[in-house]
Design a binder for this molecule. Structure first.
Ligand SMILES: NC(=O)c1ccc[n+]([C@@H]2O[C@H](COP(=O)([O-])OP(=O)(O)OC[C@H]3O[C@@H](n4cnc5c(N)ncnc54)[C@H](O)[C@@H]3O)[C@@H](O)[C@H]2O)c1
Ligand SMILES: O=C(O)[C@H](O)COP(=O)(O)O
Length: 399
């Protein structure tokens, strides 16, 4: 039996995919759990499904000997210690494109609303005030959108923004093909100095921490707008608060926060609460019916393929072996330390039990090697125990 434990209200489409593959031992939690309950909830799970709020650090992963794979039912994977997972023989899968469009649409919508100061005007009318004025309200057409991080989401935002008449510039640490009429900026300063709206679409992690800080926010055009729907660590919220208070920036939309509540019952703490022309949303950039259904299906399919055939295609932290038809009576999935002669050692071990290898694929990544071997003849518990006991072995399973 493959025990699956899911957190954070993963879409029923995932359950359908698991059930169709005969994987019915599923425990589903509607929200993220506090760290003190997480280990207990994951014990015995072979597959774990999470979204952005569940953190799987090295200490937690090392207490989960049964864990075979992790599914991040989202784009970001920075909430998992990917290196530790790999060294423990655990591939991590995600859904790299399934919510891209949802985020891009939200960012374009926020740009239009903030340029017109709609959040502030909406609030005034709700309080009975009729402040009819064009002061500080601008068309989107002809304004410059600066995109920091021109990957899947950033480039999609650029395409939509051009359709709305915006001029698009972007900055990325890698060379990127500009779509439409978008122009690359070689430096961040170049982008900040000319953009009416700046939007962030970089991954989380040390390399992007506080990209927008007091100095870079000061380098933005007076009256500009800042949007962040990437990761909460990317913007120094106190510096943003100061720039909004002083009037240097005219508005902001923040979907992700340095510390986010674990669930509905926990309040958000942020100095931005109650500020004028600021849109605050609870990390819902990728939360649409369409995206969640697609993500549920996509990640569950990757997990099912791994469980049934060992394929790791699409894993973000692991040697990738594409799907191949089973060629023998049994398939051995062997994760080992990537040392010289490891493949020979494995093949000799298998041969000692009189098993003939009919098909074999090896891929390596850093310190880890992964081999799928199809063998003639059944692999019994004695063979599996011998393979698992060998010093080069990190993990070994039979499918
Ligand atoms: N708010 C949400 O609900 C939501 C939904 C989906 C994704 N996200 C987040 O959006 C972010 C982007 O997602 P994506 O799918 O476009 O990722 P992606 O990997 O396709 O693109 C990220 C881009 O950022 C670039 N980059 C990395 N470091 C940079 C730096 N220091 N300066 C400039 N560019 C840099 C990369 O080269 C890459 O082109 C991720 O953090 C993801 O987790 C948030
Ligand atoms: O990485 C992502 O895809 C987004 O941050 C969305 O995360 P979520 O699934 O927790 O909404």
């Amino acid at each position: 039996m493959t025990r699956i434990v899911l957190f954070e209200n993963i879409h029923p489409s995932a359950h359908e995919v698991f059930a169709a593959a005969g994987l019915n031992d599923i425990v589903a939690h509607a929200s993220a759990l506090p760290p003190e309950s997480l280990l207990e909830a994951m014990k015995g799970a072979q597959l774990v499904g999470i979204r952005s709020r569940t953190h799987l650090d090295a200490a937690l992963l090392s207490q989960l000997p049964d864990l075979r794979a992790v599914g991040c039912f989202c784009i970001g994977t920075n909430q998992v210690d990917l290196e530790t997972a790999m060294l423990r023989g655990v591939p991590v899968f995600n859904a790299p494109f399934s919510n891209t469009r949802s985020v891009a649409e939200m960012v374009l919508g926020q740009s239009i609303l903030l340029l017109r100061r709609i959040p502030e005007k909406n609030d005034r009318v709700h309080h009975g005030f009729w402040d009819k004025t064009a002061d500080g309200a601008f068309e989107t057409r002809g304004k410059t959108l600066g995109i920091i991080g021109y990957g899947n989401i950033g480039s999609q935002v650029g395409t939509l923004a051009e359709a709305a008449g915006m001029r698009v510039v972007f900055h990325d640490i890698e060379a990127k093909l500009p779509l439409g009429n978008a122009r690359a900026c070689t430096t961040l300063a170049q982008l900040l100095g000319q953009s009416d709206v700046v939007t962030l679409h970089v991954p989380g992690g040390r390399g992007t921490k506080d990209i927008m800080n007091a100095a870079t926010i000061a380098a933005m055009k007076p009256g500009a707008i800042l949007i962040n729907a990437s990761r909460g660590t990317v913007v120094d919220i106190d510096a943003l608060h100061d720039a909004l208070k002083s009037g240097h920036l005219s508005g902001a939309a923040i979907d992700v926060f340095p510390t986010e509540p674990k669930g509905r019952d926990e309040p958000l703490k942020s100095p931005l609460i109650g500020m004028r022309n600021v849109i605050l949303t609870p990390h819902i950039g990728g939360s649409t019916q369409e995206s969640q259904e697609n993500i549920g299906r996509e990640v569950a399919e990757k997990l099912v393929r791994f469980v049934l055939s060992g394929t790791t295609k699409g894993a973000v932290n692991f040697p990738e072996i594409p799907y191949q038809e089973a060629a023998g009576a049994a398939r051995i999935l062997h994760v080992h330390r990537n040392l010289p002669g490891a493949l020979g050692t494995l093949s000799s071990l298998v041969a000692e039990f009189g098993l003939n290898i009919v098909s074999q694929q090896l891929q390596t990544k850093g310190q880890v090697g992964y081999v799928i071997s199809d063998v003639e003849g059944p692999v019994d518990a004695k063979v599996l125990a011998a393979l698992r006991a060998h010093p080069i072995t990190i993990r070994c399973d039979i499918v």
